[in-house]
Ligand binder design. Structure first.
Ligand SMILES: [Zn+2]
Length: 322
């Protein structure tokens, strides 16, 4: 399987949308199309939760015409086009959010909960809208001169209103590497101090300035578990807007499996494939939710190493609820 197919299989990563960035500069087009009956608007509350339909199985996507009548003061950000439909995101204040929920009969739900139940397109659209709205909400003043910023380009750019400055800001995405480390027979999992009891996960961390992705993998594994990694290969990526990460999954090989625990973990252990399967099945340990790249990396390793299906293993475990 190619990495493009592996990425598509990740939660939030199956959004087949033309972002049509060339349309972002056309303010007249944006204003007209945001209010069109054909437009569909994702509604977000101040906590970045999206409005779901009454049955909770889909995003509630309000048509642009009704959105302009219900919520005339809420600015719409252009997300892109899918077929003949133009998709927008509308960030609401608490009052407008309460009104939208009452009018629609739907409820606002956070992205983690929604990711497990929404169709792939809706989950991806919600992740995109949430990431953009979070940046807009937190990027309100110029980092250079502290003057207010004004959004433009359909919500994808912020310009400093100080005529002597005029600096531009763009939505940021923070790359984070996450890796399944193997010594050939076993895989390395760790446990963080804030995690639920018995929860183990692949190691992960943010990429630092001046660092390649592979160097970040080696550094993080060394810092967290003292294990020396040699070769590593890209597996897949996943948008992870909590609030602004891009998860970059890797499969890594340990040159030296000796564990020396760093300050970020309370425990790190090597698990053989059979041992890992048994530990999950009997509830001795739990792993991250299937939403995560961590889960996909463990599934990949178990499949390659022991031809075991993690979904089956988890389904027979008492403690995993997805
Ligand atoms: Zn400025």
């Amino acid at each position: 399987m190619m990495s493009s197919a592996r990425s598509r299989a990740n939660t939030f990563a199956a959004l087949e949308l033309d972002r049509a960035s060339e349309l972002r500069e056309d303010e007249a087009w944006l204003a007209a199309h945001a209010q069109s009956p054909q437009a569909r608007c994702v509604l977000l509350d101040p906590d970045g939760r999206a409005l779901l339909g009454a049955d909770g199985g889909n995003l509630f996507q309000l048509d642009g015409d009704t959105c302009a009548r219900w919520l005339p003061d809420a600015p719409a950000s252009f997300l892109g086009r899918a077929g003949a439909v133009d998709h927008f995101a509308v960030a609401l204040d608490a009052q407008a959010a309460a009104r939208a929920a009452a009018e629609s009969g739907g409820t606002f739900l956070d992205l983690r909960s929604a990711g497990a139940r929404l169709p792939a397109f809706d989950a991806g659209l919600f992740a995109y809208a949430r990431g953009l709205a979070h940046w807009q909400r937190h990027m309100r003043f110029c980092p250079a001169c502290a003057a207010p910023l004004r959004l433009e380009a359909g919500g994808h750019r912020a310009r400093c209103t100080n005529p002597h400055c005029g600096a531009l800001q763009f939505p940021r995405t923070d790359p984070a590497v996450i890796m399944i480390v193997s010594d050939g027979e076993r895989c390395l999992l760790g446990r963080g101090p804030q995690w639920p009891e018995r929860r183990f996960s692949t190691l992960a961390g943010f990429v630092e300035p001046g660092e390649t992705l592979e160097d970040a993998v080696r550094r993080e594994v060394a810092e967290e578990a003292g294990v020396r990694v040699g070769e590593c290969d890209y597996h897949s990526s996943q948008p992870w807007p909590f609030p602004a990460s891009l998860m970059l999954g890797f499969v890594a090989r340990a040159d030296d499996p000796t564990i020396t625990l760093g300050s970020e973990l309370v425990e790190a252990r090597w698990f053989g494939a059979g041992e890992l399967v048994d530990a999950i099945r009997c509830g001795a340990i739990s792993i991250s939710s299937p939403l995560s790249v961590s889960y996909k990396l463990i599934a990949h390793w178990l499949r390659e190493t022991a031809a075991a299906d993690l979904d089956d293993v988890v389904a027979s475990s008492p403690g995993m609820k997805g």
